[in-house]
Design a protein around this ligand. Sequence first.
Ligand SMILES: N[C@@H](CCC(=O)N[C@@H](CS)C(=O)NCC(=O)O)C(=O)O
Length: 210
Amino acid sequence: MTQQPIDFYFWPTPNGHKIRIMLEECGLPYRVKPVDITKGDQFKPEFLKISPNNKMPAIVDPDGPGGEPISIFESGAILQYLGRKTQKLYPRTERARVEVEEWLFWQVGGLGPMAGQAHHFRIYATEKVPYAIARYTEETTRLYGVLEKRLKGRTFIAEAYSIADIAAYPWVRSWERQGQALDGFPNIKAWLAQVSAREAVQRGMSTALE
Ligand SMILES: N[C@@H](CCC(=O)N[C@@H](CS)C(=O)NCC(=O)O)C(=O)O
């Protein structure tokens, strides 16, 4: 049976791009449903039924478990679901899976929120708050240091290219907006080049809303 398209609730931000990259990597058909977070679409009652935390990305897979539709919010949960569904980029052996999950949760609980706050206070905040700028820029630098160390002697974050790389990539790619410099992070530079070279990643970074 051919797979029906997944409804993909998207706005072009790093969290949105994680899922677009995964859909492209897995070759899954999808239909973009724009959620314009600059205009408040995330608060619409129809969207809140899918994503009660009023954030994109979210998906509705018409062909979910048992052949019934399923809706999923939170980018980490979506990446895991798509990895299990397709058996791609999410290893099945316990040791390898735990390793991917450690770095996936490191991204969704650490790098994403901290880099997001750095973006916010450096670029969008209507008030310039030096303490907040310094706090989030420095914490992001610390997290980049952790990633740099992890990538020493490795091509990818876990054993092989996985959802852990997909989660981190759109954030690290925006390093300049977070007040970071990559001069002291040669392993991150090499990793960014490896991941950027993938065609599915290039397609997944598309900002197209249809
Ligand atoms: N933990 C969430 C974060 C998603 C998130 O922060 N989405 C932002 C855009 S990058 C959003 O939709 N913001 C709208 C709002 O907060 O009102 C995930 O990983 O999916």
